[in-house]
Design a protein around this ligand. Structure first.
Ligand code: CS2
Length: 418
């Protein structure tokens, strides 16, 4: 059995689907860290739900049945710990978002996982793989570190394979729920919507066994790092750049942002001039074609992927998605002007939080208050968010100038002249 932490739409459209498609009998018990809503919805419908795949005008509906049980962590913490320690659980997957790795409080996903792993190793319940499926750098090492921090040691018999996940899964809307009902004839409050593309690259380190996810298209590789860098810098980097510039220029959806010429230009230049030169191609991958494929996927307007959703938690995402690119280009003696523009758009989004027409943008970031307090002192703000780029005064100067241009001329006009 698989125990999963994080019952959001992404899990229901990715790992749950891979597990069903592997077809070798593995099932999932999924833990909701906070809200009881999806737990209630799934329990009410026998844990079956619909995956809608949207591609332009086409939409298909598939029933997903791999999740068989759900637990609500705040009210069922002891059961969660018991599951972690259960010998029949041999794989534990996580989609808990970037910020949850720093939270090791007893009731948090990491706290519960650590308590369960300690109990498991004390009881000799057998080996288990803990598989982070979040968009982090070295996510295997990161969850291992978080567990070690919470338990004081790493319990024996636990592996932490690194993985790279990829599927665009926007938040489900009332319209999606109505479509699911129309296509299946049943109301479904847990339906999810995704693009056709789905990928999972994993390090093959599963001491207690695993599903044959390769039958569902997953790739098991010795080293995930080249895939990770390519995915985080190309897809997530461009996504974040478009989310901030899109929101600040009045676009609600990523596909609309990409339809706006200066924003499309930013995405193309960012990829070609800043991101791709920093990457080592993963085996068999042609990076320019990969970049084009990613941009084509983002143009799928049926997905209605909101800029605001992707803009969320920038203080945790931007360093992983854009600052590594900037750092590597600077080290190579080149100036990453497009990455710098994207970082400036993020800073304007989180600190000024008004679009070009003066309307407030949705900001959802645990550090928003801190960063806003520094908005009047650009030097300190930059030292705070790009500390390791402080010895590149040309980068910080350009960032400051870009912020002034945004304030004076607006984001769209500044991009048009970039
Ligand atoms: C997005 C990602 O929400 C976001 O920040 O950039 O979730 C993106 O859709 C996925 O990583 C695609 O694999």
């Amino acid at each position: 059995m698989i125990l999963h932490f994080g019952l959001g739409a992404f899990h229901r459209a990715h790992q749950a689907v891979h597990t069903q498609e592997a077809g070798d009998g593995w099932t999932i018990c999924a833990v909701a860290p906070r809200s009881p809503d999806v737990v209630r919805a799934l329990r009410d419908q026998d844990h079956r739900y619909t995956l809608l795949v949207r591609d332009g005008e086409r939409v298909s509906a598939t029933e997903v049945t791999s999740i068989r049980r759900t637990l609500h962590a705040p009210t069922e913490a002891e059961q969660v710990i018991r599951y972690v320690a259960d010998p029949s659980v041999r794989v534990i997957t996580l989609t808990i978002t970037e910020k949850a790795y720093a939270d090791t409080a007893p009731g948090s996903p990491i706290g519960l996982l650590a308590a369960g792993l300690s109990r498991r190793s004390a009881a000799g319940a057998g080996p288990v793989a803990v598989v982070s499926c979040d968009n982090l750098l070295a996510n295997g090492a990161r969850v291992r570190e978080a567990v070690q921090h919470a338990c004081g040691n790493v319990p024996e018999g636990v592996s932490f394979p690194a993985t790279v996940v990829d599927r665009m899964v926007p938040a489900t809307t009332p319209d999606d729920l109505a479509t699911a009902e129309r296509l299946t004839g049943r109301p479904d409050l847990a339906a999810v919507v995704a693009e056709p593309f789905s990928q999972w690259v994993l390090q093959d380190d599963f001491p207690g066994g695993r599903p044959s996810w390769e039958r569902a298209g997953a790739r098991f590789v010795a080293d995930v790092e080249p895939y990770e860098q390519a995915k985080l810098r190309v897809l997530n980097g461009v996504h974040s750049a478009l989310a901030y510039t899109g929101a600040l220029t009045g676009h609600e959806y990523i596909a609309d942002a990409l339809d706006d010429p200066p924003l499309a230009h930013l995405a193309e230049r960012l990829l070609a001039e800043d991101v791709l030169p920093t990457l080592t191609p993963p085996p068999g991958v042609d990076l320019p074609s990969y970049g084009e494929q990613v941009v084509t996927r983002m143009r799928n307007r049926a997905l209605r992927h909101r800029c605001a959703q992707i803009a969320m938690d920038g203080s945790l995402k931007v360093p992983i998605r854009l600052l590594g690119t900037a750092r590597d280009r600077l080290a190579a003696g080149a100036f990453p002007q497009w990455a710098c523009l994207a970082v400036a758009a993020w800073l304007r989004h989180v600190t000024v939080s008004l679009d070009d027409a003066g309307h407030p943008v949705d900001v959802n970031d645990p550090r928003a208050e801190d960063l806003r307090r520094l908005a009047h002192a650009p030097e300190r703000l930059l030292a705070e968010v790009v500390p390791d780029l402080a010895d590149h005064p040309d980068f910080t100067t350009h960032l400051r100038n870009t912020l002034s241009d945004f304030a004076e001329h607006g984001v769209r006009a500044s991009l048009t002249h970039a």
